[in-house]
Ligand binder design. Structure first.
Ligand code: F6P
Length: 325
């Protein structure tokens, strides 16, 4: 079937750079002669028909804005067959022939199921601060979140040093340690506690054993949010019990990590990926996520992007260990 009209939506947790992606998809689509429709509130808007045609000026002045002008949601209804049927009916009613979905793991899982059930063309863009999608070196929003973490840790370091305290700072990542590990390197923290190696070593014990405070009067440890690690609060509880000599404090950075104006890297990444999504549809690609590997655009089948756990780079762990002596 010839594609004439492309729908675009953002879904799941928002990420800085989503607006730059919306702009790129919209303008590339119009440039190539497609009609574009913006779908509000993710899959929920597909079910409730919250759809508006987008012209080039609907996406003016948004490249620098955090969040998503299309709003986002985590739709429970779309997880049901009934909900997806309704979504399909809306697409037919709106004469939308293909979708570009910007989101993380859960959103692309939804896209994959929907594409299979209704034989509907979908291209995904990896939009998540977590950087946990397989097949792409980096996801939209990750770099901005990393910079936000770095700025926050820089500030906490001032007070940590003055009081000679041990700080556990919890960062987001939904069971992935990319933000914690690279955030720790960028901010010069003493360690990162991440779920990927949780079963291999007792990271807290290793940290204490290595005499992490010997040469220092304060310490900062980034902890990836995860049930496995118990988060920063879990770590602090353990220290209070097992090593009561330390003066411990906890900061949970929370949703501050999801906001803010995207960095240049995120804007460029989102712009390239948005244009690539339209290119992919023109090349008759279906059910793939746009990725970037070694600075080249790649097409990653949804099945690969979602199913596989993206490995952390162990060289980074080692670098962090060496540099925190
Ligand atoms: O997936 C992005 C993310 O920010 C995760 O890092 C975090 O676990 C989750 O979303 C929080 O989701 P919510 O904003 O729905 O609480």
């Amino acid at each position: 079937m010839e594609i004439k009209c492309i729908g675009i939506l953002t879904s799941g947790g928002d990420a800085p750079g989503m607006n730059a992606a919306i702009r790129a998809v919209t303008r590339s689509a119009i440039y190539n002669g497609f009609v574009v429709k913006g779908i509000y509130r993710g899959y929920r808007g597909l079910i409730t028909d919250e759809i508006v045609e987008f012209k080039t000026n609907n996406v003016s002045n948004i490249i620098q804005q955090g969040g998503t002008i299309l709003k986002t949601a985590r739709s429970q209804e779309f997880m049901t067959v009934e909900g997806r049927k309704q979504a399909y009916e809306t697409l037919q009613k709106e004469a939308i022939d293909a979708l570009v979905v910007i989101g993380g793991d859960g959103s692309l899982t939804g896209a994959r199921i929907f594409a299979q059930e209704f034989n509907f063309p979908i291209v995904g863009l990896p939009g998540t601060i977590d950087n946990d999608l397989y097949g792409t070196d980096i996801t939209i929003g990750y770099d901005t979140a990393l910079n936000t973490i770095m700025d926050a840790v820089d500030k906490i370091r001032d007070t940590a040093t003055s009081h000679e305290r041990l700080f556990f700072i919890e960062v987001m990542g939904r069971d992935a340690g990319f933000l914690a590990l690279n955030g720790a390197i960028a901010a010069g923290a003493e360690a990162a506690i991440i779920p990927e190696i949780f079963t291999e070593v007792d990271q807290l014990e290793e940290l204490i054993k290595n005499g992490f405070r010997k040469s220092k009067n304060s310490s900062i440890v980034l902890v990836a949010e995860s049930e496995m690690t118990g988060g920063a609060l879990g770590m602090a509880e353990r220290v209070k019990k097992e090593y009561p000599q330390y003066d411990v404090r906890v900061t949970i950075l929370g949703h501050i990590q999801r906001g803010g104006s995207p960095t240049a890297s995120d804007r460029i990444l989102a712009s390239r990926m948005g244009a690539a999504a339209i290119e992919a549809l023109l090349e008759d690609q279906r059910n793939v996520m746009i990725g970037i590997r070694d600075d080249k655009i790649v097409y990653v089948p949804f099945s690969q992007a979602i199913k596989n756990d993206k490995p952390i780079n162990r060289e980074l762990l080692n670098t962090l260990r060496i540099l925190s002596i």
